[in-house]
Design a binder for this molecule. Sequence first.
Ligand SMILES: [Fe+2]
Ligand SMILES: [Fe+2]
Length: 472
Amino acid sequence: MAAVDYLGRIPNNVDLAENRRLQRALEEWQPRFRDWWTEMGPVGFQAKEAYLRTATSVDAQGWAQFGFVKMPEYRWGIFLAEPEPGRLINFGDHKGSPAWQEVPGEYRGVLRRLIVTQGDTEPASVEQQRHLGRTCPSLYDLRNLFQVNVEEGRHLWAMVYLLDAHFGRDGREESEALLQRRSGDRDKPRILGAFNEKTPDWLSFFMFTYFTDRDGKYQLASLAESGFDPLSRTCRFMLTEEAHHMFVGETGIGRIVQRACELTREHKTDEVRKHGGIDLPTLQRYLNFHYSVSLDLFGSEISTNAANFYTMGLKGRFEETKKDDDHQLKNATYRITTLEGDRLGASEQPALTTLNERLRDDYIDDCARGVARWNQIIRKHGIDFELGLPHRGFRRAIGTFAEVRVSPDGRVLSEAEWDARKHEWLPSEADAVYVQSLMQPVTARGKFANWIAPPARGINGQPTDFEYVRLT
Ligand SMILES: [Fe+2]
Ligand SMILES: [Fe+2]
């Protein structure tokens, strides 16, 4: 294991100083990354000091330091999880062979595409969230936003490292292109649909970090199983950081739910908008939107690409090595939801081509756990309302269900029925206007916007009224 070099221009634990060609390539990319950050990163706070965590090693006991830093001076580094001596390829046609330390030539193009697609989401989300700082509900939340943003920046570094270290000239071109595409841009958009949507308000931000960052968790977890060992080690460490992003989402929505319940109790009405809260039906509509956009990120139910990634040993299942089967799946089947005419059904399909759907199932179970915790908050306040995940076929743009209209409770609808009811299920223009009207910055220490409850505790043992971002 290489020692941590934290003092060089690029902090790393990959012995960068020993590889001059790579070091030079990354040092040339670094100022361009900073230019991208200045141009496309958080608007308006670049000169302010924020209390941020910075990865300084991959030691499970203490891999990060907390301290005040101006974001453009953040120490973005390259950290891979410790290698596992003797690690093998654990699935697919090469199962049992030693894990690849270099790119297997026959899979070069496929592997590069996988890395670029993952890499592209990282700067995309920073771009999507860049205007949120100006309407932060508190200094605590402002700091969390910036923490997520700088870590997505580090995730970009992680993918660029793989491209530059293992894909030669094409890799460097891809690294450059990752700084050129722009979220929502008509001519050079980001690769995946969800990463071209706007994140116009903090409710959307919390939904995004809960649902869309969680897609990231499942993609990273299945890439962490990869037979290409550098990719596996990179993704394993990224998952450590990703956990905080989903925490921000889960607790953010939980605090909005909490506040809605408090206002209902206090004023004895569920019309919490009258009292400046976000009502639970509005939360449900935002949830429906972000969940369905995120489900699309897993791709089609039936996918030969997914089968190939698996058979090639490049992308495994979630917790591949914990599963008790042959890890080749040539004869195995998997049950998926299908569309039979205008009805939903289920059928057994080959396990290999349905790997996207299996990963989506793991994701759905995970999403449901957080929803259950939000419902506990509602129940504790004695309020008769339940949030829920809509049916997987609801408002899908990719796969089987893209062709039909499906209600949240899983009925196939006619176009007329859909049109008549979609406003019950999806955020309307009026919802967006209302939510936007709440987006007034609150930046006094220890104060929180009226629509969101304070967090249960602060960051890194600091109090909730800590000055998480120094604005003055
Ligand atoms: Fe990320
Ligand atoms: Fe993330």
